[in-house]
Design a binder for this molecule. Structure first.
Ligand code: PRX
Length: 708
């Protein structure tokens, strides 16, 4: 692989290609500056104007946009379109169908295995969503109730999300990689009485028994006093009985293969032959309890195909999405209907410069916020055609991404730096052998993109034609907050550049003073609300106020550090709390530590972040064993299993080392700064005069695993 960074200095500007400007929603920097000034100086008027593009059942009866970010002045609150009523599923589906877009493809589904594929139009999607809303109603759910969704990337995932939104049920999607413990913890916190899941999924060549995990989670909820959990299960792994009986479909989706038999003369072919190759076919191996388990396909066959939307107050809850908390307890981030809708839609439209003929592909799982805002809501609210991808970048071969880009002639492609880095190592040939001439804009999200990866992405994937939008945002922000706009912002590799409309960033020093000169470094905060900002932590508004608004009253604290350069560009430097960003996923070191401590032989554990060439960061754990217990290979396997069981495979530390003692201050605080240095084998420890016992450090250096 050739080196790209030679001769290309950081700070080099990459200007927007002039042809993009002609049709762009935000053409040129002057337009951006004008719109930006308007958005932060007159936010109420700016957002009220944007809101006009949406359908409101009844208009606002109070202020169009106001907020309080200062705990000293009262409770933290944001209000958008006060008193208006709307429905996000209506805006994402019915509104487009009514305008003649019914036959447009809403989603293309590309499965884990070659040949597993399908499409669904806006009209079909509306019908499937309506049916599933009726199923949820039949399960006894009403506006305000919570539903957990634990599904792979199949079309039932957006359908379930939108079906909840249609009837005002609050969805809480849990990423399919989380363990039964994590799923149960989230279901308990959200008091979810219904869980939507599937019988299983192949991720690459690994089978994940989702139903078994769902059963375990439901049992754990029961043990914690939760009443029965109704499970609605998608038959994803085997032939669907309804499809087999009548040889066609029950009107459903290609996403789970039900519709594969339609219109191609192979109507009688059981779906399994088309969907999972024999090798991948799995019969449901776990138990089935008729009292609580419903098959999705059986229930949707019983209900009406239409369902009127429930008109929601602008500030009614839309969804919860859990994100790691630095204390180890996940936080249920709460977003509300109208502000999230308008913000997800506008960021999608401007940041990807959405055009009607786009084939847009965001590779994120809808179990994370990126999937919520930019697989499901943002694209559908704009009437876009998007791809739902079930697979992984390296299966069956490491050219899968570029194969899919070529196959569907993808125009806008959005992925994570970790995916780019993992593919770079296979060389550019696997990219170059696929036609990428359809691509117009590339995106990056989840973590800082290192300039080497940026330049590779730009040169080999985007053929030096496609701007890269490096979008900085968080589960909490609902949508992009710092981001280039492709036909306006000159790009600097590694910088998320400038704020989106309505977003007013500031950089604070340790004392909470705003740094006024452009060229500076400090805490990244936001001074005013934008419609998509989170409204609360579910069930714990005080925690929300303390965590995000307590450290620096008057500001929303992101938890990230940043640099601002002389041109006012922002460069994220990483988390300033005990969170680690592994492959674009935030993990809490405290949460991993508490999983390790559950091992009966462990007395203490400390987990720190550690640089990783592909994942960006990984975790490194120091483990102190109890007297009489040894730390050996088997202990390491058992510890890894603990983390897998408590959180999920993606949280398993890359390194674990024996730590007969941990470096602590005299007051007993673990010096994580010193542990990070030890993990790297770096002896430049700085000031360690506050250490209670400095001999510990030398012992830890000696016990460092040789591969770290
Ligand atoms: O540290 C920042 C990093 O990811 C965190 C948010 O994680 P999460 O809520 O899981 O959402 C991830 C997807 C939006 C941030 O606090 N982060 C996200 N995007 C970027 C980033 N860091 C640098 N550059 C980015 N583009």
């Amino acid at each position: 692989m050739s080196s790209l960074v030679d001769g290309e200095l950081p700070g080099t500007l990459f200007h927007p290609p002039p042809h993009l400007e002609r049709t762009a929603h935000v053409p040129g920097m002057d337009t951006y500056r004008r719109m930006y000034a308007e958005s932060v100086e007159h936010p109420e008027a700016f957002w009220a104007n944007i809101a006009q593009e949406f359908f409101w059942k009844t208009p606002a009866t109070g202020p169009l946009f106001n907020w309080n970010f200062d705990v000293r002045k009262g409770p933290i609150a944001t209000n958008f379109m006060t008193g208006a009523t709307t429905n996000i599923s209506y805006n994402a589906l019915d509104r487009h169908v009514a305008c003649g877009l019914g036959d447009k493809t809403a989603f293309i589904w590309e499965g884990n295995n070659h040949g597993d594929e399908g499409k669904i139009t806006y009209s079909q999607l509306l019908e499937e969503v309506s049916k599933f809303s009726n199923v949820l109603k039949a399960a006894g759910l009403e506006k305000g109730d919570r539903v957990a969704i634990y599904l792979p990337m199949i079309l039932e995932l957006p359908i379930a999300i939108l079906a909840c939104a249609r009837i005002g049920v609050v969805h809480s999607v849990v990423f399919g990689g989380f363990s039964a413990d994590s799923l149960a913890e989230r279901m308990l916190d959200g008091k979810c009485s219904v869980l939507v899941t599937a019988d299983g999924v192949w991720r690459g060549d690994k089978f994940i028994d989702l139903k078994k995990i769902a059963d375990e989670a439901a049992a754990k909820c029961l043990a914690h006093g939760h009443k029965t959990t109704r499970k609605i299960v998608v038959k994803h792994m085997g032939p669907c009985p309804v499809t087999q009986q009548n040889g066609t479909t029950n009107g459903v989706l290609n996403g789970n293969g039900h519709d594969h038999a339609k219109g191609d003369g192979r109507g009688k072919v059981p779906r399994v032959d088309r969907y999972c190759s024999k090798k991948h076919h799995k019969e449901l191996i776990t138990q089935w309890d008729d009292q609580v388990d419903w098959w999705w396909h059986e229930e949707v066959a019983k209900v009406e195909a239409t369902c009127p939307p429930v008109w929601m107050d602008s500030e009614d809850p839309l969804f919860l999405l859990y994100t790691s908390g630095s204390t180890g307890k996940p936080k249920g981030i709460l977003h509300t209907v109208a502000g999230y809708m308008v913000y997800a839609a506008l960021t999608f439209k401007c940041v990807f410069d959405y055009q009607d003929d786009d084939v847009y592909w965001c590779t994120a799982d809808a179990g994370w916020i990126t999937g919520h805002s930019y697989v499901v809501y943002g694209p559908l609210l704009n009437g876009a055609t998007g791809i739902v991808f079930e697979g992984i970048p390296t299966y069956p071969q490491p050219d899968r991404f570029w194969e899919v880009v070529e196959k569907y002639r993808v125009t806008k492609f959005y992925t994570a730096p970790t995916a780019i880095r993992s593919l770079m190592k296979f060389g550019e040939e696997i990219v170059l052998k696929h036609d990428r001439s359809s691509l117009k804009i590339l995106g990056s999200v989840g973590e800082p993109i290192n300039p080497e990866a940026w330049l590779w992405y730009h040169k080999y994937v985007g053929e030096e034609r496609c701007p890269i939008v490096d979008t900085f945002w968080q589960t909490e922000t609902g949508g992009h907050v710092l981001t280039p706009l492709p036909a306006a912002t000159p790009l600097k590799p590694g910088s998320a550049t400038l704020p989106f409309f309505g977003v007013l960033p500031a950089v604070l020093d340790e004392d909470g003073h705003e740094i006024s000169q452009p060229d500076c470094e400090g805490y990244l905060v936001f001074k005013q609300a934008w419609p998509g900002v989170m409204r609360s932590i579910y069930g714990d508004h005080k925690r929300y106020e303390n965590l995000y608004f307590g450290k620096f009253p008057g500001y929303y604290t992101t938890g990230d550090g940043c640099k601002r350069d002389k041109d006012g560009y922002y460069w994220i430097t990483g988390r300033i709390d005990d969170m680690v960003n592994v492959s674009g996923h935030l993990l809490s070191t405290a949460e991993i530590e508490s999983a390790l401590i559950e091992h009966p032989g462990v007395s203490e554990a400390a987990v720190v972040s550690h640089p990783h060439p592909i994942k960006g960061e990984c975790t490194y754990g120091f483990v102190t064993m109890k007297v009489g217990h040894v730390f050996n290979k088997q202990t390491v396997s058992e510890l890894k299993l603990k983390v897998r069981e408590k959180i999920g495979a993606f949280a398993v530390p890359d390194f674990l080392q024996d730590a007969p003692g941990l470096p602590k201050t005299r007051s007993g605080k673990i010096m994580r700064r010193v542990l990070r240095k030890i993990a790297c084998g770096d002896r430049a420890l700085g000031d360690i005069s506050t250490l209670a016992d400095s001999d510990v450090v030398e012992t830890l250096f000696k016990l460092r695993p040789s591969n770290a």
